[in-house]
Design a protein around this ligand. Structure first.
Ligand SMILES: *Cc1c(COP(=O)(O)O)cnc(C)c1O
Length: 807
């Protein structure tokens, strides 16, 4: 397909049409009459992919010709979602495709709904990686994303009688028309074995080996400027079937190697913010890291000959510590394979690698039992020791005391000895960045304070962002239409141009048009939620949304307890002019996280009781949306009025959900945590609802003997709500179901739910008053849209490129 830009839209549609029919026949193997909707979907993607490939090859050629530096983004997670709308919209072919498909009686959305949601990630960290890939291509930066092609990504969540049930997600069951198998890009990955001294150096002789081979997905940037590659590794046995065993009748044993390889890429560990700590996880981390590093070094040596110039041509960004073993792997390849001296290799490594930290919770920092690490990666263990003695020597030279030395060490010597991956990443990188201003400051004063003292120039901040293509243009076309009429289309190319809306914030006509779009989005969501859950909701009610992973620090419990308090008050005073609300919850819990799963059950128990109580007269509805994922987020966020960002201050590194909501005109109710602080600074204090303790106050409460029982006894609403939940009002079938969960708040309340309750409850009543002033609400919504263009991942990637990568 040539898609000459000089063609008119009509003739381009005709060209696409002819191409789809050709693909349907010759690559899908169906004629138009026999083709099922799924065949049409496949043909549509393949036809579009053909147009993308031409740009892809151009981009690759350009990068080789220019010989410039490439960015390599290593991430164990890429939470991609669907790609059809994204690729169409970025290629500027949406309208033409709609026209072409209409000729065959299809509308684009029907086909879009056939695309599985690629959920190769847990939450924010994985979605960030996907937004970054799109922004890298949009900014015309040559980049590869490297990760694992999980055969089953994030589990599918079903809600059975209010409980979360995890089912395998079979996103590849119909094949994946986006990807290309690159069997020729294959590397051997070793595990175990021993290190042999060869006299002139050492050699690692692994006990086991698997093959990693690449599966590539093109990533199209905005306006099809550049197409980069997302390279995900899959695994194969070197010897897929042991014929000797097979012929001897051991048919299962003959396939054991293949099964072992398969296990590496079978599942994504469904834990968020907590390390999985299992051997298979360490194997996954090394598998994809080693394949990626081998690929990067092979490419470099092939084109630039000298491995010592790697830092000039490659910037490797580690998304959290999951690929931190890269530091040791680069060192191994430079020293053992390419014959560099240790000091020179260390210099090359550090100038190439940069590390992004995503969490401060000490218990969430990855570390591996030393015996496990040594058994699986004996050569890397030696290298870690060598790096460590070098780092500790530097630390001693500056006069650091034993406590500081112990904190800096790559080996945790308390109790069972462990390898600290964050310390390895910190020492092996030239840049260590946090993901929001508060988070970066806390990095310096808490977990990394001693490393920061030793290497004071490494820590820097790069506040997260989201791609405005997916999170505004594609998910909210109605709003985009209104914004284009108001300020012209320049914001499509530069989200920060949205600031021009500020001048129109009090324009009643604009406010009304935006409100009409919001209402249409709410009507569509109401219809969808009716189908998914059976609950009927009123599109004129205030849609109050908390969608994100279920975690105690994110405090869905605070929201639920407040919901119960509101429910009590509506029943006691039905005569008051309550603002009708719909409380929407969604999110997955790690399968082993007991309290998180119980919180899901509580949301569903409260929903059942509240939604069937005629005495609230429809003033309050509660909906738990099953199987929250990127596709659902794209439906829900454009329909939200209120965005719940209520984590315990100091615990949410950044958050990115908060940015998506504000960009779509929702007001935030939130704590001074993560990027909420920077959102507040940009939209202004009057256009956000802030409540609760600050990070400093949280620290103070926790260190000066916080007494939650006293707090609860001092708040009638809180006490009533907690006691109602604890005594089984919402769980008459099992009155004790929530006794321990509520008892935890009375006894310790680590997440300070009780401490923030009154402030939150009052803030919610403040939201009601704002809602009653619709012109004021609309002006605030406009000021949110106007001022959060800065949270575009284009801005974030621009900062990485300038400050960290030098591209
Ligand atoms: C944006 C996003 C997240 C991150 O949400 P937070 O509110 O920042 O935790 C998680 N999951 C999905 C599907 C997302 O789109």
């Amino acid at each position: 397909m040539s898609l000459d830009p000089a063609l008119t839209s009509g003739s381009r549609a005709a060209e696409i049409d002819a191409h789809i029919i050709d693909v349907l026949r010759h690559r899908v193997g169906k004629d138009e009459r026999a083709a099922k909707p799924h065949d049409w979907f496949t043909a549509t993607v393949l036809a579009l992919r053909d147009a993308v490939i031409d740009r892809w090859m151009e981009s690759t050629r350009k990068t080789y010709d220019e010989g410039g530096k490439r960015v390599y983004y290593l991430s164990l997670e890429f939470l991609i979602g669907r790609l059809l709308r994204d690729a169409l919209s970025n290629m500027g072919l949406t309208r033409e495709m709609e026209k072409a498909l209409a000729a065959h009686g299809f509308d684009l959305t029907t086909l879009e709904d056939l695309e599985p949601d690629a959920a190769l990630g847990n939450g924010g960290l994985g979605r960030l990686a996907a937004c970054f890939m799109e922004s890298l291509a949009s900014l015309d930066i040559p980049a590869y994303g490297y990760g694992i092609r999980y055969k089953n990504g994030m589990f599918r969540q079903r809600i059975d009688d209010g409980w979360q049930v995890e089912l395998p997600e079979t996103w590849l069951s119909h094949g994946n028309p986006w990807e290309f198998d690159r069997r020729e890009s294959a590397y051997r990955i070793g595990f175990g074995g021993e290190v042999v001294d060869r006299g002139d150096g050492v050699e690692w002789v692994p006990a086991e080996q698997v093959e990693a081979y690449a599966v590539d997905t093109p990533v199209v940037g905005w306006r099809g400027k550049r197409v980069n590659t997302l390279r995900l590794w899959t695994a194969a046995a070197l010897d897929p079937i042991r014929l000797d065993a097979f012929n001897a009748g051991d048919h299962v044993g003959a396939l054991v190697e293949e099964a072992r390889a398969d296990a590496l890429v079978r599942v994504l560990y469904p834990a968020d913010s907590t390390p999985a700590g299992q051997e298979l996880r360490l194997r996954q981390e090394y598998f994809f890291t080693s394949a990626s590093i081998q690929d990067i070094i092979r490419r470099h040596v092939q084109y630039h000959c000298d491995v010592r110039t790697l830092p000039d041509k490659a910037a490797i960004q580690l998304n959290d510590t999951h690929p931190a073993v890269a530091v040791a792997e680069i060192m191994r390849l430079l020293v053992d394979v390419h014959g560099l001296e240790f000091n020179e290799a260390w210099d090359v490594t550090r100038r190439t690698v940069a590390y992004t930290n995503h969490t401060l919770l000490p218990e969430a920092l990855e570390s591996w039992p030393l015996p496990l690490f040594e058994r699986l990666l004996p050569r890397h263990m030696q290298i870690v020791y060598a790096i460590n003695s070098r780092v500790l020597r530097e630390a001693r030279k500056t006069g650091m005391d034993d406590r500081a030395i112990a904190a800096i060490s790559l080996i945790d010597e308390h109790g069972e000895r462990r390898v600290r991956m964050a310390n390895l990443a910190f020492c092996g990188a030239h840049s260590v960045n946090g993901v929001a201003a508060l988070h970066t400051e806390l990095m310096k004063t808490t977990v990394f304070s001693d490393l920061h003292a030793l290497y004071p120039h490494k820590i820097n901040n790069k506040t997260n962002g989201v791609t405005p293509r997916r999170w505004l243009q594609q998910c909210n076309p109605g709003l985009v239409g209104v914004l284009k009429d108001a300020i012209g289309p320049a914001f499509l190319d530069d989200a920060e141009k949205l600031v021009e809306l500020n001048a129109l914030a009090d324009d009643a006509a604009l406010g009304e048009r935006i409100a009409e779009v919001k209402r249409a989005n709410k009507v569509a969501l109401a219809r969808h939620l009716k189908e998914l859950t059976g609950v009927r909701i009123d599109p004129d009610a205030l849609f109050d949304v908390q969608i994100k992973r279920i975690h105690e620090y994110k405090r869905q419990l605070l929201n639920l307890i407040e919901t119960v308090a509101l429910y009590d008050q509506i029943r006691s005073h039905p005569e008051r002019d309550w603002v009708p609300r719909v409380k929407i919850f969604g999110g997955k819990a790690a399968p082993s996280y007991h309290n998180a799963k119980l919180i899901i059950k509580l949301a569903n128990d409260i929903a059942r009781r509240v939604n069937s109580d005629p005495s609230v007269g429809g003033l309050l509805k509660v909906v738990f949306v099953p199987n929250y994922n990127v596709t659902l987020a794209e439906r829900i966020i454009p329909a939200a009025d209120l965005s719940e960002q209520i984590s315990t201050a100091g615990m949410e590194a950044s958050g990115t959900g908060n940015m998506k909501f504000a960009l779509n005109g929702a007001l935030t109710i939130g704590t001074l945590d993560g990027a909420n602080i920077e959102i507040k600074d940009r939209v202004g204090d009057d256009n956000i609802v802030i409540f609760g303790l600050t990070a400093d106050e949280v620290l103070e409460q926790r260190t000066t003997g916080y007494n939650p029982r006293k707090v609860i006894e001092g708040s009638k609403e809180l006490q009533q709500a907690i006691n109602a939940i604890a005594s089984g009002v919402f769980s008459p079938d099992d009155p004790n179901r929530y006794a321990a969960l509520m008892g935890g708040i009375y006894d310790s309340d680590w997440f300070l739910v009780a401490a923030d309750f009154d402030s939150y409850h009052a803030a919610q009543r403040g939201v009601d008053r704002r809602w009653e002033d619709q012109p004021g609400w609309r002006a605030s919504a406009i000021r949110n849209i106007a001022n959060v263009g800065w949270f575009s991942s284009d801005r974030t990637i621009g900062e990485y490129a300038r400050d960290i990568w030098g591209v």
